[in-house]
Design a protein around this ligand. Structure first.
Ligand code: PEP
Ligand code: MN
Length: 284
């Protein structure tokens, strides 16, 4: 099988991971949103405050960006850490950010509430072990061309080091189709639920690569049983340094949350007033 701790056989009840007001798993449902990258202080704080008002449970923003071209914006690196800290302070929201290098894990773990492992590093086993030695929840994105079995074994690498708080994130896989950036594998959501007790969320932004498709894919993921969503939102997508084409404006994002709410409720997810999800709180 190749994985044990991540398996349903090991634990029949769902793992519920609570970070601030965000609850992933069980009846919980949480929304993470923010720009692809932290571009500068003012823009990130503006986005963070808008998202807080709309009612998200967690902020996202990359400071180490795994760009396909070495000439593309690579992120602010350490310089972005203080901006993440300030956004946390002013909004009271937890933050998730990606780490790409084992040398940065300790520092990132001091600032981030959740550590993201990006698709391109899903099988960077040394990095997986290193985040497994922290006690911060890990958001583990599915590799660009990883099978569900390989993805679960990547989670196992983290868990085998003692960190049992892994949130799986389906972000689209590479197929023959080129109309979209990737193909959202909706079936991965019930598959993970069947094979594992870990929470699984969806990132329709990186799956679609086009902002106009983010809402329908988000609804499909929620209907299929996703425990949450990660959505890219930028105050001005046309000016984004990274992934502007797939980023929603705050107004479109607020509409998306309104559309998702009845879908979430229809599949038994607790969703409080407005976009806030207030669910039974428990920890693993
Ligand atoms: C991201 O979330 O910004 C990102 C780089 O995603 P992925 O690793 O899924 O491509
Ligand atoms: Mn992105």
């Amino acid at each position: 099988m190749g994985y044990r701790l991540a398996s349903r056989k090991e634990k029949t009840g769902d793992t519920i991971i609570t970070v601030g007001d965000a609850v992933f798993g069980g009846e919980g449902f949480a929304v993470i949103a923010g720009p692809c990258a932290v571009e500068n202080r003012d823009r990130f704080l503006q986005a963070a405050l808008q998202l807080k008002k709309i009612g998200v449970q967690m902020l996202r923003g990359g400071i180490f960006k795994p760009r396909t071209s070495p000439y593309a914006f690579q992120g602010l690196a350490e310089e972005g850490l203080d901006i993440l800290a300030e956004a946390k302070r002013v909004t009271g929201l937890p933050v998730v950010t990606e780490v790409m290098d084992t040398r940065d894990v300790e520092t990132v773990a001091r600032y981030a509430d959740v550590i993201q492992i990006g698709s391109r590093n899903m099988q960077n086993f040394i990095l997986l072990k290193e985040v497994g030695r922290t006690r911060k929840p890990v958001l583990l994105k599915r590799g660009l061309a990883a099978t569900i079995q390989e993805w679960l074994m990547a989670a196992e690498y983290i868990m085998a080091e003692g960190n049992l708080q892994v949130i799986m994130c389906e972000r689209g896989i590479r197929t023959f189709e080129t109309h979209t950036r990737n193909t959202l594998d909706v079936s991965a959501i019930p598959a993970i639920k069947h094979l594992s007790h870990l929470p699984v969320i969806a990132d329709p932004s990186h799956a679609a690569g086009r902002w106009g498709m983010v809402a329908p894919l988000a609804k499909a993921a929620v209907a299929a049983g996703a425990d949450g969503l990660m959505i890219e939102v930028h105050p001005n997508p046309d000016e984004a340094l990274c992934d502007g084409g797939q980023s929603l404006t705050p107004a479109n994002f607020a509409d998306l949350l309104d559309e998702i709410k009845p879908v979430a409720e229809a599949v038994g997810r607790q969703w409080g007033a407005g976009a806030k999800s207030l669910v039974k709180k428990s920890v693993i």
